[in-house]
Design a protein. Structure first.
Length: 133
């Protein structure tokens, strides 16, 4: 069957909402943020893969678009702000700013790695046309 652009956009939004809600529920249940992100993106990628197959759309489209809201903007912005405060501080270096920047930027990096893992791993395993592991 044929799907309209609007229907595809609604599916993308629904998957993105499911990923966000899934990550929130996992964090609320005590799972750390990076693992919760990886699991939420992995789950929505698997659902998106099935939808893409049915809609005859490349699976990577259904994997990447719903994962975009998981990008860690807050941690990146806060990390760079702390790094700026560390660099521009007058007097002795403010180690607490450096440690906060290291923590937030490191966490943002791990979240991005979790998103990449959650998108690529199912696609590499399930896609018969791509390279095999």
């Amino acid at each position: 069957s044929s799907f309209s652009t609007r229907e595809a956009q609604e599916l993308f939004a629904g998957l993105a909402l499911a990923a966000r809600a899934g990550r929130g529920a996992l964090v609320y249940a005590g799972v750390d943020l990076v693992t919760a992100t990886a699991l939420a993106v992995l789950a929505t990628t698997l659902v998106g893969y099935a939808l893409a197959w049915r809609m005859k759309i490349p699976p990577v489209v259904f994997a990447v678009i719903p994962a975009l809201p998981e990008v860690p903007g807050f941690f990146a912005i806060h990390g760079f702000q702390e790094l700026y405060l560390f660099i521009t501080a007058g007097g002795p270096p403010q180690v607490d700013h450096f440690l906060a920047a290291f923590h937030d930027l490191g966490l943002a990096g791990f979240i991005i790695a979790a998103i990449i893992l959650g998108v690529l791993l199912p696609l590499m395993i399930l896609d018969k046309r791509g390279p095999r592991l």
